[in-house]
Write a protein that binds this ligand. Sequence first.
Ligand code: HEM
Length: 450
Amino acid sequence: MASDTVPRGEHPPGPDGWERVQLLWDLFTNTDAPSEVVDGKTLAEYREEYGPVVRLETLVGDDVYFLTNPAQVEYVLETNARNFRKAESRVADLRVLFGDGVLTASGDDVARHRGAVASLVSTRTLDSFEDVVVEETEAKVRRWVRSDGATNVHSAAIGLVSDVLGRVVFGSDYEDCEDDVHESFELFEQVMPRVFSPVPTAPDWLPTPHNRTVERARSIFDDAVSRVVRKRRRNGNDHDDVLGAMLAADVDLTDAELRDQTRTLLIAGLVTAPALARALYALARYPDKLDALRASLPGRLDAREAGNEELSYCEQVVDETLRLYPPIPPAIREAIDDDTIGGYRVPAGSKLILSQLPIHRDPDLWEDPLAFHPERFADGWNDDRPRYSYFPFSGGPRTCVGGELARETLKLALATFVIDYDLELTDESRGREHAPFESQTFHVNVERRE
Ligand code: HEM
């Protein structure tokens, strides 16, 4: 049913009866559910059956709406963004990990927090950004070549991305806190699935094993940041890195907020790792694209030339990876006042799930949408496309603050890798179904090229 033919004020359709119960159960037990498959059906299939706005009546509490059409995503994230905030209950859970930083800010604090960091998280903040990515990639990839077996792509990517981000945020002081960052990240990784799961966690004052791990990870990380901040306040802050930029800008943040902000950037930025893992997975799975990428690159990479034409196909590989395998769970928003979306009534308090996957793979928007085809992102790809057909970094006032940094990191890391190394999926991983959301479990064999 076309959304503009719907009489204003009607509820959108959605599953009923047993199907509704199963969908609800899935939503509360399966963290991946909203992004890909719910109860064996994809969100695209729900769209096929019910239209671009699907309502899930929750029986208790506010209803959930799945939006699977670019126009409605644009409406929520941008056109009428002031009526849609991050869901409060969700933010409360995330605050346990991120504290009071830009990601958990709400109301008037959003502008203050975003003003404090958004423009500082940039490849231009760190003078030597390109060299940092190339150096870290070269150093790490050497260790991916293993005579004793296969490399887990996901862990390998985490190791690389966390050190790039560490150097972007802490600059040369990263050497002093690298061990603490690693130790705290290992602990954060253990608790992350629980924090991001839709099932609410126990209140943070209860000494559960989960809460104790979060507490320990935060204290290791925060002590390291405090140490660096004290050192810079004592010795002067002549540093071209994100922390230096925050201190120099004399931003309106307390010391505790500064620590939370730093932790937020590092943890939120880590999503670059599954993106890198998925790009490597795609190149291993589609060797013709790996060859095309290598052929497009110079024999040696001049990192400072990273923005030039030589990396344009590499950029297309990055864009296509983020289209076909978006690495982040769907954004969830909450309606502040009653609203109308696509002609349907959406009452205050409703939860809206904006999932990239069904839109990034919509055959009405993308030709042969399941193919990994970087060439589709050649110049002009966006000319006749509805906005929000592609939104890997979200959009509107809460858009990702690290998009540029992430894309440049991915581009440079991939180019550096591909020039000197080859990779192929292990027999075990090759035999598997096409399951991009399991990138944690994929293994590759990495070899240095002659
Ligand atoms: C490929 C890598 C990345 C992807 C796909 C990605 C994607 C996203 C998306 C979709 C959101 C919005 C979520 C929502 O609307 O609820 C977001 C928010 C955010 N991202 Fe990223 N991100 C990436 C890398 C980074 C990096 C490198 C950083 C920082 C170093 C970063 C920092 C943030 C922060 C702080 C927010 C919260 C912004 C706010 O709430 O106002 N991200 N990211």
